[in-house]
Design a protein around this ligand. Structure first.
Ligand SMILES: Cc1cc2nc3c(=O)[nH]c(=O)nc-3n(C[C@H](O)[C@H](O)[C@H](O)COP(=O)(O)O)c2cc1C
Length: 199
């Protein structure tokens, strides 16, 4: 049986962590899984080697990673013909999930996520069977001083954490695990060939 692939693009590492977690869960649910990075000078990835694929990309300044957009465009016909899901990682999703926000703010964050995913779909023309928005992380300790300052200003505006002496991880691992489990069941069940009933 072919393996499944988890392909990711990242800037600051959270999507890599998410992709690694997805691979570990796929394996726990009985699938052989491979982790591959989609980067600018990535080795060619042959999707024909896989029975299904989960793509994960994060959002920076309103857009998903350019490398992932290019990869999807280059592999569109194969992606459209295989079980494929998309994980969109952002801080807007963290806002949409944040306890204590007003319903209006939740709606606004969710609308931002929807808009960014819609832009990715419009740009690539890929319509994944499943999309999961995933809350990312605010990794102040990994940013350079300028980026730390910029991210703090944004966080202040949108009601996020502003203590730059630490990192904040908002990813809901339990939600992600459920998604992966459902996807693994779907992959496995679509390949069960029913034996004709013999009386
Ligand atoms: C420079 C920069 C710009 C960002 N722009 C956005 C944005 O426009 N919308 C959003 O929801 N999140 C934005 N984020 C948050 C990232 O999506 C979040 O930090 C995510 O976890 C990054 O994933 P990565 O570590 O895999 O790169 C931005 C983060 C950085 C550092």
């Amino acid at each position: 049986m072919k393996p499944v692939a988890v392909l990711y693009s990242t800037r600051t590492g959270q999507t890599q962590k998410i992709a690694q977690y997805v691979v570990s869960k796929l394996r726990a649910f009985g699938l052989e899984a491979e982790l591959r990075i989609v980067a600018r000078r990535a080795a060619a990835i042959d999707l024909g080697r896989y029975r299904g694929v989960i793509l994960a990309a994060s959002v920076h300044t309103g857009k998903h990673e350019r490398e992932m957009v290019k990869f999807v465009v280059a592999h569109l016909s194969q992606l459209a013909a295989m079980p494929a899901a998309f994980l969109s990682v952002s801080l807007s999703q963290a806002g949409a999930e944040r306890a204590g926000e007003s319903p209006e703010r939740h709606k606004q964050f969710a609308a931002d996520v929807e808009r960014m995913v819609a832009a990715f779909i419009a740009e690539t023309n890929w319509h994944p069977q499943k999309v999961l928005p995933v809350a990312g992380a605010l990794l102040y300790r990994r940013y350079n001083p300028l980026l730390r300052w910029i991210m703090k200003s944004i966080a202040r505006k949108v009601g996020g954490h502003t203590d730059t002496s630490r990192n904040y991880e908002y990813t809901d691992w339990a939600v992600l695990e459920r998604f992966v489990q459902e996807w693994a069941v779907m992959i496995q069940s679509r390949e069960v060939v029913a034996e004709p009933y013999a009386a």
